[in-house]
Design a protein around this ligand. Structure first.
Ligand code: UDX
Ligand code: UDX
Length: 438
């Protein structure tokens, strides 16, 4: 990219979203500074060490540092005047009542305003409730000592962890919520190398697009999980139901996999935030309350199924395959595994877990917990177990030698929390098999 097409970008918050966006902006030719107030993180990043597991991120991080398009800083104030556009990608965690905690977004907006001297585009990248853009603008005006001109833009991210680089480089759409032609022009320049339909709206519409999209996907998952509970009761198979439903183009085949439900840092938080936001505006999003409730209930099904097979949980040994909230990530935020394993441990089972990358993070959640063991392989976990539970469909678990597993388990029973395995094959191999909704 020629210097004239390249934009000076800073991203505040180098978490999953901020770091992936920063690395990808550098990869398409912009000059990027990733900022974070976590000193350890910045120290690591400066050395080219990637603090999270995301396929291909490590390689692109090192490459763009080497090619001098990507650098790091611990201070917002130091980067403001070195940037044309500043993205806010700090976390927006849920409060106890489900509302979105926006104190970090506010703090970053304030810091930017305090050191701003020339025109800047401030881009809200974190997922935020509608009208946050207005608040950012209000705060920036309050602290804009130097009276510098600025625009606020909403540019939601739609990255899935585990596929984040691909989702960034080849998105289904790019959304800008803007209030001026100047800001729109800069946003178009930033995203020019990426080929995708661009939707330009006002800020509130853009903010709502993100919440509506995530809540709709969560609704699809809870819907199919609810149907799976009926399917199971009549002897139907949810996998075939999903397949047939998904072939209808109006429905679409994605996000129709029944299982232990959705986790992660986005769906549970965004559904709650949407409910809360609507309530504040005087509208009851009952539909999303039900989506959330179904999702919570879905996690309990695993232990119920275990009880059906092995009767009392106390004293039994349970193998757990997969801890991350989905494959190809080490992320455990809101992972179904946490609730399920906590219930098993509280019921006095002994639990042996294996996950290809999320074990270290899991140890931090359950430090020194009696009766919780970390295995070196899926076989190691299954040794002497009274049942094995699959909670994350890592591809590694698709290559398991079930003959071997059958020999080493105490009881050859599998609870397939993701409907990952061929039911008939496992039954034929002598396993007691329970999926979700089949
Ligand atoms: C993001 C979004 O911001 C969230 O709204 C969206 O729904 C999911 O993605 P994520 O990137 O997953 O969150 O968050 P996290 O991995 O926690 O990263 C946030 C980073 O911001 C952390 O590294 C944290 O140290 C940093 N941070 C936080 C700051 O630099 N300054 C602050 O004031 C607060
Ligand atoms: C999601 C959105 O997809 C993304 O657009 C947004 O920007 C951030 O939130 P992510 O949380 O990374 O991405 O993961 P996603 O692949 O959407 O899966 C979320 C959860 O839903 C996982 O726990 C997954 O196992 C579950 N899921 C997904 C199902 O239970 N069934 C499905 O059919 C699909």
């Amino acid at each position: 990219m020629s210097k004239k097409d390249s934009v000076r970008i800073s991203i505040v918050g180098s978490g999953y979203v901020g770091l992936v966006s920063g690395v990808c902006f550098a990869e398409i030719g912009h000059r990027v500074i990733c900022v974070d107030n976590n000193r350890e993180k910045i120290k690591k990043l400066k050395k080219g060490i990637c603090p999270i597991y995301e396929p291909d991120l490590d390689r692109l991080l090192k490459k763009n540092i080497k090619e001098k398009r990507l650098s790091f800083s611990g201070s917002v104030r130091d980067v403001v005047e070195k940037s044309d556009a500043i993205f806010i990608a700090v976390n927006t965690p849920p409060r106890a009542d489900g509302s979105c905690d926006l104190q970090y977004v506010e703090a970053v907006a304030r810091e930017i305003a305090l050191s701003m001297r020339s025109y800047k585009v401030i881009v809200e990248k974190s997922t935020v409730p509608a009208e946050t853009g207005k608040k950012i603008k209000q705060t920036m005006k309050l602290y804009n000592k130097n009276n510098a001109p600025f625009d606020v833009v909403s540019n939601p991210e739609f990255l899935r962890e585990g596929h984040a680089i691909g989702d960034f480089m080849k998105p289904d759409r790019i959304v800008f919520g803007v209030e001026s032609e100047k800001a729109e022009k800069i946003m178009r320049k930033i995203y020019k190398p990426i080929k995708a339909p661009v939707i330009v709206t006002n800020i509130e519409t853009s903010e709502l697009i993100k919440h509506a999209s995530n809540s709709f996907l969560a609704t699809k998952i809870s819907f199919i999980n609810a149907v799976s509970n009926v399917a199971e009761r009549v002897g139907a198979d949810i996998k075939d139901i999903s397949k047939a439903m998904g072939l209808d183009k109006r429905i679409g085949s994605h996000f129709l996999d029944a299982g232990v439900g959705f986790g992660g840092s986005c769906f549970p938080k965004d559904v709650l935030a949407f409910i809360h936001m609507a309530q504040n505006l005087g509208y009851d999003m009952n539909i999303l309350k039900e989506v959330y409730r179904i999702n919570r209930e879905q996690r309990k099904i695993v232990v119920e199924k275990l009880k059906e097979i092995i009767w009392n949980i106390e004293g039994k040994k349970i193998a757990v395959w997969g801890l991350a909230f989905k494959p190809d990530t080490d992320d455990l935020r809101n992972a179904p595994s946490i609730d399920i394993i906590r219930e098993l441990l509280d019921s006095k089972a002994s639990v042996c877990v294996y996950d290809p990358v999320a074990m270290d993070n899991f140890r931090k959640i359950f430090p020194n917990r009696k009766n919780l063991k970390f295995a070196r392989s899926p076989y190691d976990a299954a040794k002497g177990a009274d049942a094995a539970v699959l909670l994350t469909e890592w591809s590694e678990f698709g290559r398991i030698d079930f003959k071997k597993v059958k020999k080493i388990m105490n009881v050859a029973a599998i609870i397939d929390g993701r409907n990952f395995y061929d039911k008939n094959k496992l039954i034929k191999a002598g396993f007691i098999y329970r999926g979700i909704g089949r």
